[in-house]
Design a protein around this ligand. Structure first.
Ligand code: NDP
Length: 281
């Protein structure tokens, strides 16, 4: 497939006015030795938003790709995340600084508490450290991931900065409408992880998706990503294939009709494929 550079990725304004490209590139399960090549491909294709995490063990490769790209830092949007075992009032800051070191950056654009890990009961104190990091300018925005409504409610009650995002498992088979709506009503933007259902379901072979794809001359993955985009969700599909990275970036020359959007929304099956946030500790 011919590669096409699409410059016009829409941006979303987060609750502190930071702007984030609505389409990015995720690197979960990208092997550390491969990360530099994979992220270099993504940057060459036009992606400017990269989503990593300390636990992915590939921040160094991401950092090398950023350095080698010679792109102006302000053109990039880099997210990383605090791992569960680093939560705590004394351990969060060193973990953040180690991530910055591995990335070779002075600041990240978004820093997230990766899981609420409720049995640890340290997400509130950890998030307070993130507030200090935000104050220091070493993160342009802060937020959370895999938080459920009670965790968000507690954070809103006990801390001062409304999370800019909540990054959650989200795809047509698992839409989390209450959680997305709760976020929307509080200024917390939803980011989708597993937007393509991680290849763990038959989503990309779903007859509804394949029929809509055929109508538009697009692939099932493009249709699913476009559905997220038109709902205002931030996505960063992962692939180690340059051709699929190009495919996933090519979303802005077609539009799903309201009926097509609704038909995909009707595919909801409450099918969680990843871990239960109450059980990851
Ligand atoms: P995705 O839904 O992005 O799916 C990735 C899978 O789909 C891979 O197996 C990939 O295979 C395949 N794929 C990618 N593009 C295509 C395509 N065009 N056609 C067919 N198959 C395709 O799942 P992820 O879990 O990777 O989620 C995206 C990102 O979200 C992660 O990389 C990470 O940054 C973040 N994330 C965050 C979590 C959290 O707890 N906060 C948890 C999980 C993910 P291949 O590589 O072979 O192309």
């Amino acid at each position: 497939m011919a590669e096409k550079i699409t410059p016009s990725v829409p941006h979303v304004e987060l609750n502190n006015k930071t702007r984030i490209p609505q389409l990015g590139f995720g690197v979960f399960l990208v092997d550390p030795p491969e990360a530099q090549r994979v992220v270099t491909d993504a940057l060459e294709l036009g992606y400017r938003h990269i989503d990593t995490a300390a636990i992915y063990k590939n921040e160094e490769g991401v950092g090398r790709a950023i350095a080698a790209s010679a792109l102006p830092r302000e053109d990039l949007f880099i997210t990383t995340k605090l791992w569960n075992t680093d939560q705590g009032k004394d351990t969060t800051l060193p973990a953040f600084e180690a991530s910055l070191d591995r990335l070779g950056l002075d600041y990240v654009d978004l820093y997230l508490v990766h899981w609420p890990a409720p049995q640890r009961d340290t997400y509130v104190e950890s998030y307070r450290v993130l507030e200090g990091i935000l104050d220091s300018g070493r993160a342009r925005a802060i937020g959370v991931s895999n938080f459920l409504i009670p965790h968000l409610e507690r954070l809103l009650a006990e801390t001062g900065v409304v999370p800019a995002v909540n990054q959650i498992e989200l795809h047509p088979y698992y839409q989390r409408r209450d959680l997305v709506e709760f976020g929307r009503s509080r200024g917390i933007h939803t980011e989708a992880w597993g937007p393509l259902s991680q290849g763990k379901s038959a989503l990309l072979e779903d007859p509804m998706i394949t029929a809509i794809a055929a109508k538009h001359g697009k692939t099932p993955a493009q249709v699913v990503l476009r559905w997220h985009i038109q709902r205002g969700i931030i996505v960063f599909p992962k692939t180690t294939s340059r051709a699929r990275a190009a495919e996933n970036f090519d979303l802005f020359d077609f539009e799903l009709t309201p009926d097509e959007q609704a038909a995909i929304t009707n595919l909801e099956r409450d099918l969680r494929l990843g871990a239960d946030p109450l059980e990851v500790n």
